[in-house]
Structure formats: C-alpha cells, structure tokens
Design a protein around this ligand. Structure first.
Ligand code: NAP
Ligand code: GDD
Length: 321
C-alpha cells in the first residue's frame, strides 16, 4: 500500500514510518521547511530517511497538500502533524488553532478530493478529556478540554466524525494518551527528566526545574501506540478508539524512577519552578483501552518502569557517545 504521513519528522512519525516499511508499504511523508535544513528525528537515522519519499509541505497550506495528494495518491493517510506542546498553546493559541484545526480540515479536504476511497487516521488526544468526569476514561467519557491545544484537538476530532458521517469517508480518531520514547521532544516532561537524570549522573547538569509534580498521566511507549494507529485503518469499519496503558503515575513517580535508574535520589536535585505551572492543568488521566483490545486485538507491551529505564539509558548512551 501507499502510505502518506504528515508529521513524519516527529516522535510518532519515526516509529510509524519504521512500522510501515516493515509491513512492506511505500512510505511518503510531509516535511515542513525550516530555516535550517532539518528532518527532525529522522536526522538521527539516515538509513530510515533514505527509504522515505519526502515532500515539502505545510498543513496550513492547502495548495501544498493538494499537490502532494495528487502525486502520491495514498491508500492510507496518517495525519500526525500538529503544534503538539500543550504549554505552548497558551502562548500561541492562533498558531495552535491554525495548524491543528485548519490543518486537519485541509488534510481532510485534500483526502476527500483526491483519494476518497482511502483510509484516514487523525491523531486525537486524551487532552480532550481535560477536566475528567470518570476515574478511567473511555470513548464515551465527557470531553472538557483545558487548553487551547485540547480545544483544537476536540474541534478536529468532531471534524473527522462529521466528514465520516457526511461524506461516507473512512476516517478514524485515535484518542491517544501520553506516549513517550527516547525520541520524545526535549520540552515534554518525560524526556526533560530522562535527559536531566543522565546529565546530572555524568556531571553535565546540577539541578532540574519542574512544574507540577502531582499531575498524573497514563504513559505508554510510542512504538506500541503506532501499531494501534495502523490496526485502526486495517479494520473493516472506521471508528474512534482510546489507546492507553490503563495505569496512571505522577510526574513525581516518573522523576523518582528516572533518578533511581542512575542511582540518585531526585530530592537532591529537583526544584519546583512556577514558570512551568500551567494556567489550567489537566491533573489526572487514565485510559481504558478495552475497545481497542476487543476490536483491534491491540494491547500495550511496554510498562511504566521499563519505559523510564529505556529513556534514561538511551540518554546516557547518547551523552556518553
Ligand atoms: P511531535 O513529535 O511534536 O511531532 C509533530 C510533527 O508535526 C512534527 O513532524 C512537526 O514538524 C509537524 N508539524 C508541526 N506543524 C506543522 C505544519 N504546520 N505543517 C506540517 N507539519 C507540521 O508529536 P508526536 O509526539 O509525534 O505526536 C504526533 C501527533 O499525535 C500530534 O498530532 C500530537 O498532537 C498527537 N498526540 C501525541 C501524543 C503523545 O503523547 N505523543 C498523545 C496524543 C496525541 P517539525 O519537525 O518541523 O516540527
Ligand atoms: N512539559 C513539562 N515541563 N511538563 C511538566 C513540567 C515541566 O517542567 N513539570 C511538570 N509538568 C507536568 C505538566 O504540567 C503536565 O501535567 C505533565 O507534566 C505532562 O506534561 P507534558 O509532558 O508537557 O505532556 P502533556 O500531558 O501536557 O501533553 C502530551 O500528552 C498529550 C496526551 O495527553 C503531549 O504529547 C500532547 O501532544 C498530547 O496530546
């Protein structure tokens, strides 16, 4: 099959393109032009990059998408591109809405115009649950986003459902809970922590400034989650799915485990800095993935402790290298 991925230079784009190649598909990706020629995470894996067909485009520019869809004619479209950092969405709400809402609308319109018989995945987020009403959130749980980012993902989620219902298109929303890896962006809390633990261990950093240590998240591994995206598009009918581990841990537990992995006590290094607190916080997330298990046969493989260890060890190795 011919696969098109927006956001291919990000964390999930990396694992998804690897999976798609392994499955024998032809992989095409949309890359945003930056002032420096960079391919994000792909710059660390030249072998992978050489197997991909990459096109300059921006999801806010419909003409660039039209030209890519015309050339590629994808069977499977994974729309991952986004302004994905929640904190940033308060500083840049317009960019967040433009990229995440209008960008999704543009992708859906190009899809509808050029490859309506194909299948479309949208990267929705557990941030849509925000002020949670249920102890464990599933596809039926109340959605009450708490940030411009969460609102943008909710608007795009409904746009996807509306396109499915209005035009009979195969569109799936993956409501993914937090997922991490050694390729996670350094501003997200898990990677900020794993990198700091490794640097402090090697004497390259003295302290770690964090915000809310009591926030709880359901953290899984990106490599597991991209498999769920693929399974959604292989299913005979389009639907929306929660993808999660079913476990929740606090930021404090993550720091504790990361520092433990390098033989240190986090309390000697961590400082709470109000700069990293959010205007409105999502205090608690825990996902119920039973629908994905039942309908797709999907389950997470990597658990919390293993994930923390994987990230810290990867950062230690990179820094030592
Ligand atoms: P990420 O690492 O931040 O990657 C985002 C990607 O989007 C990058 O390739 C980025 O390109 C691209 N992008 C941003 N603006 C663009 C634009 N205007 N036009 C074209 N491309 C653009 O995010 P991720 O962790 O892989 O997540 C993938 C998707 O899943 C995102 O939509 C995110 O919101 C969503 N999601 C993530 C999680 C999670 O925990 N990771 C959970 C739920 C949902 P550059 O390299 O040029 O910046
Ligand atoms: N980034 C960051 N930096 N977060 C911190 C810090 C810090 O120094 N200190 C505490 N936190 C807390 C945040 O307040 C939040 O409660 C939690 O750590 C996780 O923050 P992030 O890692 O930035 O992720 P997120 O949960 O806001 O968003 C991620 O997950 C969403 C899915 O629920 C992103 O990947 C989103 O794109 C994704 O949709």
């Amino acid at each position: 099959m011919v696969v098109l991925i927006s956001g291919i230079t990000g964390q999930d784009g990396y694992y998804l393109s690897k999976l798609m190649l392994k499955e024998g598909h032809q992989v095409h990706g949309i890359v945003r032009r930056n002032s420096q020629k960079t391919y994000g995470v792909l710059d660390f894996d030249e072998e992978l990059k050489s197997k991909l067909n990459l096109y300059y485009g921006d999801v806010t520019d419909k003409s660039s998408l039209d030209s890519i869809f015309r050339q590629v004619k994808p069977n499977l479209v994974f729309h991952l591109a986004a302004q994905s950092f929640v904190q940033e969405s308060w500083s840049n709400p317009e960019v967040t809405y433009d990229v995440n809402i209008k960008g999704t609308l543009n992708m859906l319109n190009s899809f509808r115009e050029y490859t309506p018989e194909g299948k479309f995945y949208f990267a929705c987020s557990s941030e849509v649950f925000g002020k949670v009403a249920d102890e464990i959130q599933n596809e039926e749980s109340r959605m009450w986003p708490r940030s411009p980012y969460g609102i943008s993902k909710l608007a795009a989620y409904w746009t996807g459902i509306n396109y499915r219902e209005s035009y009979n298109l195969f569109v799936c929303n993956g409501i993914l809970f937090n997922h991490e890896s050694p390729n996670r962006g350094v501003e997200f809390v898990t990677r900020k922590i794993s990198l700091a633990a490794a640097k402090i261990k090697l004497g390259l950093q003295k302290e770690l400034k964090l915000g809310n240590l009591d926030a709880k998240r359901d953290w899984g591994f990106s490599g597991d989650y991209v498999r769920a995206m693929y399974l959604m598009l292989l299913h005979k009918e389009p639907d929306d799915y929660v993808v999660a581990t079913g476990e929740t841990h606090s930021v404090r537990e993550f720091v504790e485990a990361a520092f433990e992995a390098v033989g240190l006590d986090y309390r000697d290094y961590v400082i709470v800095d109000p700069k990293f607190l959010r205007p409105a916080e999502v205090q608690y997330l825990r996902g119920d993935y039973s629908k994905a298990k039942r309908k797709l046969g999907w389950e997470p493989k990597v658990k919390f402790k293993e994930l923390v260890k994987m990230m810290v060890e990867a950062d230690l190795e990179r820094l030592s290298g």
